[in-house]
Design a protein around this ligand. Structure first.
Ligand code: NAD
Ligand code: MG
Length: 393
């Protein structure tokens, strides 16, 4: 083991952030938290500051930051409180930070995650939206600035583990014929189609295998999450759409597989607990305890697999379509999805209207070439405005 790893955790109050701190707390000799960040939950961030004593705590929201400052002062903690998007970029690129856990949800994660890439950090990437929106720009920044990218998404972490250690972005040269991305199918895998119109946010967020934030839970229910993950896999592993195949596997025990030309298929298995991929990435290339129970195969007993149902889950088809269209299409898909999911959670949009809205927004906006980050941000903004307009019609 080589010294202490100094960490910034973006989105520390979320599901991935909390799991990350759980693993970090098990290894005080290995990890030190330099910065914690959250959107606006001052109380939660304060509790985390008490436990981890970071040098910086960042809240996006100014009023929440003022509240946190008071609590920090009263507790006599040596933590500086900052606020705003620039502060998120600042703590992502501090010279003394070795690794950044990118666990903000949605497009809001793009700028700070990109800042970590431009500062050449080791990036533990949970924020898949960064790659969906700005895959080319982000991967170029990683390459140019010598950053290291380790996937946290359980599927991509599994693929990373099943690919050769020397994998350099050429599937054919490594003898890989296909990447098999497993999907649980979410809570509505078997729900009669006629009942899907009425499902509530609570039902959509009740995932059978994973406890996650509300946005990704809805994405899992529509299977847009798997669609975003197809695009994520494309950028992470330089894999064309045709080489990425989704397999529905309801138990979520096999986290994904790599199929080789000789007929071998390598898989990574484990209980569905995000602390496994988090611990893997935190200590890479070493292995550390994550607090996860050993997999009991006799208890699991059965593993099932089926092909995905593109009629039930049109979001999956829309994501493949956006990936193949390229340019700004994935950014438009992502933005329309974020607006649709927020409206569904707000009970302003029916579940089945989510894919319809995304399809309409994709059809309304022409695909443009992406040369700069501004091209991505402009597409994101246009897609959000169009989606909002359609919702309010
Ligand atoms: P979450 O909603 O539980 O947490 C999100 C975190 O981001 C919180 O700390 C919140 O304060 C912060 N945040 C939200 N909006 C922000 C903004 N505008 N600016 C700054 N900070 C903001 O989400 P999560 O489930 O932990 O997911 C985080 C990311 O990880 C997502 O991109 C998700 O797709 C990915 N991911 C999550 C899981 C999982 O099991 N939860 C698995 C794989 C990938
Ligand atoms: Mg996943």
């Amino acid at each position: 083991m080589s010294g202490i790893t100094h960490l910034t955790i973006l989105g520390s109050t979320g599901s991935i952030g909390i799991s990350t701190l759980d693993v970090v707390a098990r290894h005080p000799d290995r990890f030190r938290v330099l910065a914690l960040t959250a959107h606006s939950k001052a109380d939660n961030l304060f509790e985390q500051c008490l436990s981890f004593k970071p040098r910086y705590a960042v809240l996006l929201d100014e009023a929440a930051a003022a509240q946190l400052s008071q609590k920090i002062a009263a507790a006599r903690l040596d933590t500086e409180v900052l606020c705003g998007i620039e502060a998120l970029e600042f703590v992502s690129s501090l010279p003394e930070v070795d690794a950044v856990m990118a666990a903000i949800v949605g497009a809001a994660g793009l700028r700070p995650t990109l800042a970590a890439a431009r500062a050449g950090k080791k990036i533990l990437l949970a924020n898949k939206e960064t790659l969906v929106m700005a895959g080319r720009i982000f991967m170029d920044a990683v390459g140019l600035h010598g950053a290291t990218l380790l996937p946290i998404d359980s599927e991509h972490n599994a693929i990373f583990q099943a690919l050769p250690h020397s994998y350099s972005g050429d599937l054919a040269a490594s003898g890989v014929s296909k990447i098999l991305l497993t999907a649980s199918g979410g809570p509505f895998r078997n729900t009669p189609l006629t009942e899907l119109q009425q499902v509530t946010p609570e039902q959509a967020c009740a995932h059978p295998n994973w406890v996650m934030g509300r946005k990704i839970s809805v994405d899992s229910a529509t299977m847009m999450n798997k669609g975003l993950e197809v695009i994520e896999a494309h950028w992470l592993f330089n894999a064309p759409a045709d080489a990425i195949q989704v397999v529905v596997h309801p138990q979520s025990v096999i986290h994904s597989l790599v199929q080789y030309v000789d007929g071998s298929v390598l898989a990574q298995l484990g209980n569905p607990d995000m602390r496994t991929p988090i611990a893997y990435a935190l200590a890479y290339p070493e292995r550390i305890a994550a607090g996860v129970d050993a997999l009991d195969l006799a208890k699991v007993a059965t593993l099932n697999f089926t092909a995905p149902d593109f009629v039930r889950f049109p979001c999956l088809a829309l994501a493949y379509q956006a990936l193949r269209a390229g340019g700004t299409a994935p950014a438009v898909l992502n933005a329309a999805n974020e607006v649709a999911v927020a409206a569904f959670l707000d009970k302003k949009l029916a579940f089945l209207a989510i894919p319809r809205l995304i399809e309409d927004v994709l059809a309304a906006l022409p695909v443009a070439i992406v040369n700069t980050l501004d091209d991505v941000l402009a597409a994101d903004e246009a897609a959000r405005a169009t989606a909002q307009e359609y919702i309010s019609q």
